[in-house]
Design a binder for this molecule. Sequence first.
Ligand code: NAD
Ligand code: MG
Length: 396
Amino acid sequence: MTRPLQITVLGATGSIGLSTLDVVSRHPERYSVFALTGFSRLAELRTLCVQHRPRYAVVSDETQSLVLQDQLQRDGLATRVLSGEGGLSEVAAHPEVDVVMAAIVGAAGLKPTLAAVRSDKRVLLANKEALVMSGALFMQALRDSAAVLLPIDSEHNAIFQCLPPNYSRGLAAVGVRRVLLTASGGPFRDLAPEFLADVTPEQACAHPNWSMGRKISVDSASMMNKGLELIEACWLFDARPHQVEVVIHPQSVIHSMVDYVDGSVLAQLGNPDMRTPIAHALAWPERIDSGVSALDLLQIGRLDFQAPDDLRFPCLRLARLAAENGGTAPAMLNAANEVAVDAFLNRRIRFTEIASIIDDVLNREASVPTDCLEDVLAADRQAREIAGAWLSRNGR
Ligand code: NAD
Ligand code: MG
């Protein structure tokens, strides 16, 4: 019998991390937890360690690591606690690890995810921001390695399932006209635009179909999530921005589609539950139970589609612009958005000012080509500074 695959879950305490552990624990003969990482919510990380008995746990700093190490010893566990960026990269690249779930939110996930790619792992990519920031370098690192990258974002996982196995020859070469990225439209899809300035973080985080972390929930409400996903799709599937069309589909049942030159459109459907793409990527090319119930189309009854409204969702337009400009523009877009979303969640700005901050950053700083990770990180820092200055001038 083959040994279970060893898995590192980066961002184990988050929404994707917990869904991953749910799927993994349904298949103890296939998967064993090697490392779990968490940034805050130490008590939850401790509980997860007791449940999954990983070899390593990683926390943000030395002080936290001493506290957790002491607690885990008292729990009778041999788990070693590491800390910081070094600890994250160590458990992502460890020679005994087979699979890495990259589920840290934001730019903080970039280095450990790259470390997993460079160490030839099967990398399950939820952390879209990492790819958005450093797409060219990331995809080059992938080509230079024996790593296998599988998309977790439900849309990209759907597209991956609808593409032929040889799609890396190029979309045109395999007869693809375009990909259709579906979007729920979030909680403000039908809200009159004049009310958008007054929506609260609580309203923005109340997504109609998906239960997710707070940052991606706000991104979904502004449709920046779809903008980041557009850039993500361009890198993953070697598409030009005009080959990726966004379609609002309020039911979130079709997770995305591929439109072929012969007129065929292939779609992947399922209940909106991230355990489906997670199970798909864990087992690919096999299929395993994810715990998600069967789709009941008769109960759903109808599937609707509409075009996104650029006036209501300026973030989508800004992301498309950054995708077309390339170079450091997507990294700056992402960093400005992270600062803006954090400020909105902390009630320092209005919802509509998220787009104002990103627009300001993209206007002040021209995009330049990226040759190395340092260029990307410098663009990220600069965008955060400009966004910070905007907040000092205009934020509450
Ligand atoms: P979340 O906020 O629920 O969890 C984030 C995780 O990252 C937590 O474990 C947290 O401790 C860790 N983290 C946060 N800041 C960190 C830092 N500075 N250093 C190290 N670790 C840090 O987020 P989520 O909803 O699980 O999303 C995770 C990623 O997956 C995001 O990139 C998101 O865009 C993507 N994603 C999520 C969903 C979803 O349904 N939740 C769907 C598609 C893609
Ligand atoms: Mg998605």
